[in-house]
Write a protein that binds this ligand. Sequence first.
Ligand SMILES: [Zn+2]
Length: 451
Amino acid sequence: MSLTLIRNADVLVTMDDAGREIPNGAIAFRDGAIVAVGTSADLAHLTPDETIDASGCVITPGLVNTHHHLYQSLTRAVPGAASVSLFGWLKTLYPIWARYTPQDVFAATRLGLAELALSGCTLSSDHLYLFPNGVTLDDTIEAARSVGLRFHATRGSMSVGESAGGLPPDSLVENEDAILADTIRVIDRFHDARDGAMVRVGVAPCSPFSVSQGLMRDAALLAREKGVMLHTHLAEDKDDVAFSLERFGCRPGDYAEALGWTGEDVWHAHCVQLDAAEIGLFARTRTGVAHCPGSNCRLGSGIAPVRAMVDAGVRVGLGVDGSASNDSGNLMSEVRQAMLLQRVQNGAGALDPREALYLATRGGAEVLGRHDCGSLAPGQRADLAIWPVDDVHTVGSWDPVAALVLAPPAAPRDVFVEGRAVVRDFQLAQASRPEILRDARASLTRLMCDA
Ligand SMILES: [Zn+2]
């Protein structure tokens, strides 16, 4: 019931319908929802229970991460996987991932979410697609609750192993009936469709090269029956497209469309290799894209046609992707990388800093079906980040909003989710950083010893 007022921000970036940026900005929220946005003078009549000064800071909506594999946070910079493309990279890592226990997934997820929170993210999706040794999606949801981020867990899966012509080892694939049964279980247990939901669940077979057409089709039917979203990897690199042409006789976009994998309730990760017809299909069907520029560079997958997608009306958000292919989980770095890559491909005017920031906030929220998040306006959820712009990284900037992308601050000072602090004064407010690090180091030691 308590009212919080944040005031004196150098600029408040709303990402609202009018795209307002409010100098000397202020924002007030109560019970997880924003009640007022304006100048500090506009909100001076309020009688808050708590007042936070944001002098020397820019306030933005919290960043939204549309693609991640949080379990990978314990497999950064793995020798043998550092300089290979997608399929070789996966084959190097599968045997390590096969050794994960529920404790390892919990530790990795908390580590990755702490990293996201400390870099300004308030809403993250996660794609967990392997379940060795008793691992469940529940482990990731429990981890998210302890850090305080809004969390869209997706129940991934792999069902076509090497012996059946797929990429993963047979030991890591699951029976398709068991996959669907467990997907129903986690939706019924955790999915919250209401505005302000802290947890939602999606259905997410891993990729066309690790599950069957039947599972893709059944997953789409199940998601629609349950009213949840669909997510997978698509057209990530040239090998991925070649696999589709050889195995299915069609391009990835046609494959997705034929199996029910287009629509406003679907988002695909990467889409680096979509052609003009596929971009048209995604725009027409309101299908979303999670653009992961850092991962695409790291794996040499190519430059996604983001400018063309946005111009065509495709809904695009940003993702850090898993920490085995990034290897960090800092979404503001991805904003900058997204902007730079489009400029390499299309020239200096190809992506403006503000447009890149939009993709990482409101754009991502819309891709995830969260019209209650991603912008700062009365009635929206109180998810925001407060970025200090008065330090050595940033002083000298003439335009403090563009500077968030061009001269990014090292970290946000404070981050709020549903009106609750998850970061205060650069430190986690709900979870223990030493405990997260201790658990992550213990799991890492065990995974490395077993290698
Ligand atoms: Zn991925």
